[in-house]
Design a protein around this ligand. Sequence first.
Ligand code: DX5
Ligand code: ZN
Length: 216
Amino acid sequence: MLVSPSLLSADFGNLAPDLEMINSSQADYLHLDVMDGVFVPNISFGFPVMKAVAARCVKPLDVHLMIVQPDKWISQVRDLGAEIMNVHQEACPQLHSVVQRIHQAGMKAGVTINPATPVNTLVDIIEDVELVLVMSVNPGFGGQKFIPNALKKVRELRQLVDTTASKAIIEVDGGVNGATGRQLAEAGADMLVAGSYVFGSADPAQTILELKALSD
Ligand code: DX5
Ligand code: ZN
């Protein structure tokens, strides 16, 4: 299992030790949650903070933009050195064009779907993206309860990816812990985001290892 710990649950008053933990852990990515107070009812952090974080982080960045008009920020996300740029399907009326522009900027394109957005809305983009991010909570806050319907969506998505030319990785975000992580692995997820479960645990590096060990 690929694991992408979310910085949203780190100590914003003292990020350096949490970044050192991530750097020396087995985490595959660092997940950065950008919120604008419009697309979601919360504001997190922006580019000045992410630049400082990127400079201290040795893991590839998995940037999750919970903002309207995410395409306005493609070059800024690229300048962070991000490997993956995730945009919400619901925020992109011209999703195909946005995906092309993310690729032109040299990044992997991820398309994210909210809990009420069906998997079948991705049928005509699935072969063009490197990743699909399934939200298993309504985006905006860490520490929420996992929505079980996400398991059905991951199964549907697994089937869609496996029956097309798509090579998309299936990532899941929200309410991930040991128990929901195991169910998601069985459903066909490739990559898990975890915020409160990792940073709220007594031994975050060990918790990352525990999630990494999950397989179907
Ligand atoms: C929620 C964010 C998540 C958040 C997950 O809107 O997209 O990445 O950090 O937090 P947990 O793992 O605590 O549910
Ligand atoms: Zn996220």
